[in-house]
Each structure stands twice: as C-alpha cells, then as structure tokens.
Write a protein that binds this ligand. Sequence first.
Ligand code: AMP
Ligand code: ZN
Length: 138
Amino acid sequence: MECIFCRIVKKEIPCHRVYEDDKVLAFLDINPLAKGHTLVIPKKHTYKLEDLEEEDAKALLMATYKLAPKVCSAMKSPASTIAINNGRESGQEIEHLHIHIIPRFRNDGGGPIHAIMRYRPNISREEMNRIVKQIREA
Ligand code: AMP
Ligand code: ZN
C-alpha cells in the first residue's frame, strides 16, 4: 500500500518535519486547526491503531509522549488535544494511521472530545453490565 504519508516518509513529497527516528515521523499538518498542529505517524504503512505491531505502537506513543509537551511549549499553549480518527467511519481521511497533536488555548473556539457526537445513547445499568462483559470477553 502506497499512500500520501508513505510518500512523505520516502521524501517523495515534502513536509515540515519536526521529529524523526527509525520507526516514527512527525510533521506539521498542512491544514492546521491551530499553529503547531502536528501529525505523528508510524513509518510503516498501517491503517488503524490495532494494526500496528507492538514495537511500532510503543515507538509511536513514546514519540507522542515526548513531542506533545514540546509542541505546547513552543506554541506557548497550556493544553493540547491528542487524538486519532481510527478508521474511515470515525472521519479518518488519510488511511495511514496518524496521531493529531493540536495545541489548545482557553476560548480558542474549539470543543472537547465530547463535542464529537451530537447525540448520546441512553444506556441502562443492565446494558452497561452487558457491555463490560462483551468487552472483557472480546
Ligand atoms: P484525518 O482526517 O485524521 O485523516 O486527518 C488527515 C490530516 O492530514 C488532515 O488534518 C490533513 O490536513 C492532513 N494532511 C493531508 N495531506 C497532508 C500533507 N501532504 N502534509 C501534511 N498534512 C497533510
Ligand atoms: Zn501509507
């Protein structure tokens, strides 16, 4: 599979690179939601988080762990939203896994993750118990 982010990894397409190691690349989002909006990607083409090999998952999370505070201090932002659109149905447009690091400010006009869904399901206590069972057994 060859996608636009694979081409960025191969340096066939330019990017504003902020970090790179043997497993991970981080670069500025071309259509930023805030100054410093950064994408952290595994170098190996992977669609969703669960498709990552464990070593790549560790490297991706470690890079995000180290980068997020740097992005915030560079942008002088007191907070960040760190998020993955994990699969097409969630809004993932580029089908190469990427973690968004978005610097956030008080009154920046953005919302919390809870603003993603317009409607919330009404779930009884019995159903919560069923759900926990299903997840544990999966
Ligand atoms: P998502 O909706 O989570 O798949 O987000 C894809 C992100 O990739 C968007 O925020 C785009 O602005 C960003 N993007 C697309 N093409 C490029 C590119 N060539 N360089 C940097 N960011 C890109
Ligand atoms: Zn790719």
